[in-house]
Write a protein that binds this ligand. Sequence first.
Ligand code: ADP
Ligand code: MG
Length: 698
Amino acid sequence: MVDIPSIFGSLVFNDEVMKARLPKDVYESLHRTIESGTPLELNVARVVADAMKDWAIEKGATHYTHWFQPMTGITAEKHDSFLKPTKDGKVIMKFSENALVHGEPDASSFPNGGLRATFEARGYTAWDPTSYAFIKDDSLCIPTAFCSYGGDTLDKKTPLLRSMDALNKQALRILKLFGNTDVKRVNATVGAEQEYFLIDKKMYETRMDLVHCGRTLFGAKPPKGQEMEDHYFGAIKHRVSEFMKELDVELWKLGVPSKTKHNEAAPAQHELAPVFTTVNLATDQNQLTMELMKSLADKHNLACLLHEKPFANVNGSGKHDNWSISTDTGVNLLEPGETPYENAQFLLFLVAVIKAVDEYQDLLRLSAASAGNDHRLGANEAPPAIVSIFLGDELTEILDAVEKNVSYKGKKKSRFELGAMVLPSFPKDTTDRNRTSSFAFTGNKFEFRMLGSSFSIACTNYIINTIVAEALKGFADKLEKSTDFNKDLGNLVAKTIKEHKRIIYNGNSYSEEWVSEAEKRGLSNLKSTVEALATFTDEKNVKLFESHKILRRAEIESRQEILLESYYKTLNIEALTMLEMAKKQILPAVLMYERKLVKMALHKKQLNMGLDMSVELDMIKKLTDHGKNFYELIDKLDSDLITIKDKHASIMETATYYRDVILTDMNAMRAVVDELELLVAKDYWPFPTYSDLLYSVK
Ligand code: ADP
Ligand code: MG
């Protein structure tokens, strides 16, 4: 049996270890740095580095690495051993303060969106002491931020850390207005639910599309998909359960509080949810979770698919970002509270989120934009590309009463007074859940449901933190000048509701009705990644990020470029993989099967017995017709891919071309191949079908 408390965090250089292993003054100095962000002195770093090294070696580590999160969306590491040769030809184990605090990876090998010329190839990683060092694969991993020689951010972590400070600063101003002076720090808290697929590794390896692209580019609908609804929360198969158990243990050792595991809606689909924590830790932990899922699956002869849409016609995988804000005194600011005073504060934070989401719908949308997620958003399984907020009927009615300054039906008061009202408590259980909304209030937190399963949660969260900080700033600027706080507060809340209630929608967001209703309300519907990313550099967005010191214009432009490039490069790899499979595997298989039928027909003819050949002839005709169509589509995709190479197009034009031309070609080719799959005998089909893949783990 696993003794969870004793293994939990055993591979983490956490507070407990620091306290036990560092001299008191060093521990306190490091703590000050962690809590208030004061720079770390080198002599402190020297002692910390030494203690870390001794601890890591005791745990079996031989190497150390700076562990960072470049714009690739996955983590990067470069391992150095602790070994240092001595004059007498021997070695000692050494980890200097400089090696702890800085690293110099070659920045030109990571996506930088034109921020860094190659002659300045140096990049810097800098220790982020707010996230604990840990041991993975016999290496001491130091979580770091990554920037260029010129100081431009090249990673996902830096803007997140900055956004945490921005949110903290503005939230503290608001709390002060309510007389909360004991709070020193406000942090966003996040719990990221992670969906994934598990299939058999041998089968996975036979499909070039899964290996190169993480998703199937071909595959007819299986006879049994998810229509029986028998997989969700169903009993977990033995092999999967063994994998999940080991995953939990490894995550616990790394201090990741993995809590919930279950089967998801589609066959072979599962979910893991950790207990929430401070947003930058939640981000690191989610990256580790994804990484471990992949490597442990491999060990169990399974393949873990984190792609948003590995299979057409069955649900894809998302990641739910549960977000709230809480104080260092342990108060969740989105908890409605039990006294009028707490309620008023809650309502102000609530309307700040409503205003933020309404004003920056485009940013939230783009934080979930990728080639993979385009297959999912708007399909009947994930929220549409329209951002809206679900509040539930009760809270919506309360806001309605506040806006109109009338009594709320649940209360007896004749006129509504914000400061004196006691709110009812809201149900937090699943009964009142609307699972179609992109941004849903779930009792004491919001759940952003648009994110794709393979995403880093950093971008979504620095955006939520920043837009909420901006709304709070506007409120604080007004209320700090107020001479009648209660009256001005009531008016501000009412005015904010009036101006931004269009973003609230409690109905079914998957319905056609909502699409036209949203259009009437003037909400944006950025259908594809290309349209969504175009809004990144809109003046209002640049102003937002610059004013809160999250990203400068050049950094935003570089991010936009990196994301657009990643979009079309993904499609390019998919198109080339499709062509390879089409030419080398599918077309030969179709022709071989056709040959077999032709031979059979000829054979019957030679027998000269007047045997009926209509089946063979009909099949041959169908295969020939589809085959011809298929052959032409191969040619078309080939030449459309060449056309783009001839152009000197901008990144935006290239991405648009891939969306409009290449993706259309790919969809057309897939449709024909999926028809062919149903015509060709199983023995002839060159790779496992959907039924084989989805039910491959027994
Ligand atoms: P469901 O699937 O019903 O939405 P789960 O239990 O799978 O619920 O996931 C809910 C997630 O929300 C968990 O990761 C949980 O820790 C997280 N969560 C709960 N409270 C908060 C909070 N105050 N801030 C951030 N996340 C939270
Ligand atoms: Mg869940």
